[in-house]
Design a protein around this ligand. Sequence first.
Ligand code: NOJ
Length: 765
Amino acid sequence: MTETYIEKTSGRWRGRVYTLVMLLGIGAVVACTVKEGFISPAGSTEGYFHSREIERRVDSIMRLLTLEEKIGQLCMYTSHHDITGPSTPIYTEDLIREGKVGAMFNAFTSSHNAYLQRIAVEESPHGIPILFGYDVIHGFKTIFPINLAMSCSWDTTLVEQVARVSAMEATASGVKWTFSPMCDVSRDARWGRVSEGSGEDYLLCGKMGAAMVRGYQGTDMSSDTSLVACVKHLAGYGAVQAGRDYHTVDITERTLRGVYLPAYKTALDAGAASVMTAFNEVDGCPATSSYYLMTDILRNEWGFGGLVVSDYTAIMELLHHGTATDSLSATAQAINAGVNIDMESDFYRQYLRLAVEYGYVNERQVDRMCRDVLRIKFYAGLFDNPYQNTDTIRERTAHKKDSYMQLSRRVARESCVLLENEDMALPLDPALNIAVIGPLADSRDDLLGSWRAAGDTLGVLSILDAMRERYPHITYAKGSPLMGDDTTGFARAREIATAADVVLMVCGESCQWTGEAASVTDISLPSIQNELLQVVRGVNRNVVMILLNGRPLELTSVVPYTCAILEAWFPGSNGARGVVDIISGEYNPSGRLTMSFPRRVGQVPIHYDMKNTGRPYTPDNPQQKYLSRYLFTPNSPLFPFGYGLSYTTYEYSDVNVEKEHYLTGEPIRITARVKNTGKIAGVETAQLYVRDVVGSVTRPVRELKSWQKVYLEPGEEQIIVFSLTEKDLSFYRADMTWGIETGKYDVWVGGDSNASEGDYFYIKD
Ligand code: NOJ
């Protein structure tokens, strides 16, 4: 029975160590079993939190706590936002007073959190401070482009800076814990949450996640400007069936370990102190009750020593999943799986004590879970300085600083992807008469995207505003709503389009159409926007489209009617200026897609690193019927992973693997020449792809292994050097061991996942 606590070997071992420490009250026992600081247990994560000093301090608190008070540390409740700001229900305040609230979320502003913290520290029995969490996903007050957009910069240093600024702002307003980064590999554009992640490739998702962890936590998590990071959602949330949020996930162990887990693991290796469970099931077991995920893999294999929080009411949802008969067993399943904190279900508070009394949960498991929470509170510096994030004077000047808004603009322009640019339709000359048309042209709110934390539209420019700042001859018509059948705006749109030299259309999605609980079955532009495009194009052939949206769209019916398309995503607080930097040519676009754009929604899930199948289709055998293909649509996406145009052009040549044969373990050196063949300087993202030609199991047709961003003056060329290690080529082999295999490997270097310049090498024993 899942309700019964099943002790695994290492769990028992850890339990004994803790019990011994509690009994003897000495740290020396811990000292001889674990090392100081971050340790890396055999091939495992570096983010393992364990120090003798902190364990001693945890012991000293554990000794004082009753079972109920320990359970209190495992309970988290939300604050509410009313018209004037966040507030907390009175009953929650009472619970804090009784020592029954370990963490809160959605509570912010320095004064509000100071008020709550004071109750915890001064009025609760042992004065244990509260850990305040919040969804700081792509900024706190200064909002940056949505995460999918930021990933298109392929710039981990930039993303780390964003996370640092987010931490500076959020910590000034009472927040100490962010539920970010989301490391869910996402391959289905119907899923609304693709906007929150870094796309379809696990290497990129992991590196972006790690960069965010570094930015949030800084070098010292106890600093008053550091946030505790939370890697989410373990595991496989991006693989929900048919892109429907919260839906079933049914993937093989090989796919789970080979594609989905590595991204979380990479972010944890950067030292993330917490993990959030996924809402979904994996292989029939809800993630929130999965001992396999939360203990076997996370703690025992990866050596994670931080805390695990359930997703919102996910423990209660075990009842709906149908794996728990009642609240008591749901509670027991979650805690026995290794979920430390119950977010909002209120099950731990109501049922955990009972579960212990009935023998469904061993009290030692409660102790373990409580220790993890206390440990992270120590690392976060909360015991030494519980009011570290409640300085109202600091808060007054902490937000939307000029430098932050400048960064928001910079990130926006580096996240935009130029999808089409016929005859150099872009950039636009300042002397032109430009008609700005479209339902999103004058929106400020949508620019912030979903999950904009405490962000607001104060000081946010719409694309129209930003165009007016730069261009003297602008006319404007909304043209149509985002959706629906109101065509009354068409006449004015036609009128100004007729009189203009060029039309700049701003179309796409409402920011409400992406994010959580925002899945769709149709990813094309709503028909009213397509009609508006037709109307405009009917009178003016120079149509440039700026897209604001949070997922790859089906643009097959848009491309023929536009001469340029700039994918600007939801670009954030100062995003409009960043977008106009590209429109005006002040910035040469450099963003690259991190999710494939399908031709038709029927192609999703679509991703570049697919398998070859036994009947691969290649365009040279078009007459063959019995091949893996669609009848009326090519297999390939409209815009592939890694793709993005620039105002200049780049040429790749001399892709060369240093040797033909390598011994297992030898580093592999690959070089390539890249040249800026155009007339202006630009930043190129050189991507390295590898194919393991024959494996003990089928292997992807190519996989991203590395990339480099290079700045090139016109005519300049550079030799790029990549180095691959055995780890880079390792995978889960037929027997599920992780390692490299001998044989031939093909290599390509180029500007997207269709790169054609390549070489090969062999690995031998
Ligand atoms: C539910 C979402 O799935 C999760 O990502 C978020 O952090 C929590 N709600 C808290 O708001």
